[in-house]
Design a protein around this ligand. Structure first.
Ligand SMILES: [Fe+2]
Ligand SMILES: [Fe+2]
Ligand SMILES: [Fe+2]
Length: 406
């Protein structure tokens, strides 16, 4: 069985587009369009297929370090910070070849005036291509067909040749942008299928444990969004492993639940920290915003091949047996064991962590709260009992369990 990594990274990049929510308006499909433009230039340059595969993967994830860096871009130093975090976070990403410094140098200018002062051929080619594509994507609304806008984009790329941009890449962009298809793909890419025309097919022999290296990348991004959640998804995955062993789940189910735990709050990238970290109570609009996060989690994960169950379990973690959960108001008969379990463990893990409005609670207090929710019909009584006897609060330095058990 083969796993379609292109589809997987493409879907996850949609969540990354929200990563800058706290400092600028998110631009939906920014990562996808950056990848498309980079590939269009790469096609003109005639670079080998295996380089294009890695270019595609890295362009989709080029901004993976934004959340960890504190999301501020007011100086070169701050731009450098998301490059450093992003490079480190992708260390486990499966690629065709090792690709050192592509993410680290994705804001370097060809003339050496970028954040790390690296210049010319010392910047990896893939980084130079991502820099050009990312800059054009960020500066312009490339999906607009307006001919005067197209001309401005071409002139902008050309005027940066040899300064901000690799001159060969800037020239190749001129060639790509002369084709009607380039702009049409971008315009009709709102439904996104047109952007897949250039997508290299990246298939790997399918093994769940390889997918964990991807889910860990996103777990670290989501957990770093707020200082209060630095351990949340990783901690949830550790508890999920403990309960998988307790219930005797198959190795496949255990690892899928582990991945679901890593990714359950992916949609929180959409929620501004001003809401996530608000010390007081939330108003109706803020609450509605927060309640969208499991919806977004599910929307993204449902696009990934083999992720049907992971998408359901992760996306259902705020559903409750009495139908008072969200986003789908599912009820007891619609919630399988793993969805219920992730819901219970999520509450337990969140309560045993500090929040802006309270300290972390003890195991005993967490169990009391869970039992109160059982009495009100929210949670499964037997499962809460099992969890309360099996799981304990994690200390600050949790050892992330290996879901494969080896
Ligand atoms: Fe960036
Ligand atoms: Fe970007
Ligand atoms: Fe959540």
């Amino acid at each position: 069985m083969k796993f379609d990594m292109s589809r997987c990274l493409d879907a996850l990049s949609l969540a990354l587009d929200f990563a800058g929510t706290d400092t600028f308006d998110p631009k939906p499909n920014h990562s996808r369009r950056t990848a498309y433009v980079a590939l269009a230039v790469a096609d003109e340059l005639g670079i080998p297929e295996e380089d294009k595969k890695d270019l595609y993967a890295l362009a989709l994830l080029h901004d993976n370090g934004i959340v960890m860096s504190g999301q501020d871009f007011n100086s070169l130093e701050q731009a450098a910070s998301h490059c450093i975090h992003g490079e480190k976070n992708l260390a486990g990403l499966p690629l065709q070849k090792p690709r050192r410094n592509v993410i680290r140098f994705h804001h370097e200018n060809y003339d050496g005036s970028g954040p790390f002062r690296v210049r010319g051929a010392d910047i990896p080619l893939l980084a130079r291509l991502i820099h050009l594509a990312n800059t054009l994507e960020a500066e312009f609304d490339l999906w607009k067909l307006d001919p005067s806008e197209r001309k401005r984009v071409r002139e902008y790329a050309l005027s940066g040749a040899g300064k901000r941009f690799d001159p060969d890449a800037a020239a190749a962009f001129q060639a790509a942008a002369r084709k009607e298809r380039f702009w049409c793909d971008m315009t009709f890419g709102n439904d996104m299928d047109s952007l897949h025309r250039r997508t290299p097919q990246i298939f790997y022999d399918f093994q769940w444990k390889d997918i964990v290296s991807i889910s860990e990348i996103f777990m670290r991004i989501v957990d770093s969004k707020s200082r209060f959640t630095f351990n949340h998804s990783g901690g949830l995955a550790a508890h999920a492993d403990t309960m998988s062993d307790f219930y005797g789940f198959t190795p496949d189910t255990k690892i899928q639940l582990h991945i679901a735990a890593h990714l359950h709050d992916l949609g929180k990238l959409y929620v501004p920290n001003a809401i996530l970290e608000k010390p007081g109570s939330l108003d109706a609009a803020e609450l509605a915003c927060i309640k969208r996060h499991p919806y977004i989690t599910k929307l993204v994960l449902e696009k990934i091949p083999f992720f049907e169950e992971i998408a359901a379990w992760a996306g259902n973690h705020h559903e409750r047996l009495n139908g008072k959960g969200y986003p789908d108001n599912l009820t007891e008969k619609e919630l399988d064991c793993q969805s219920r379990l992730l819901g219970v463990l999520d509450i337990y893990q969140a309560m045993t962590e500090e929040r802006p409005y309270r300290k972390a609670v003890t195991h005993k207090e967490a169990v009391e709260t869970l039992n109160g929710m059982v009495r009100l019909g929210y949670l499964d009584a037997k499962m809460v009992k099992d969890v309360s006897q099996t799981v304990w609060p994690l200390d600050g330095n949790i050892k992330l369990c290996d879901p494969c058990g080896d």
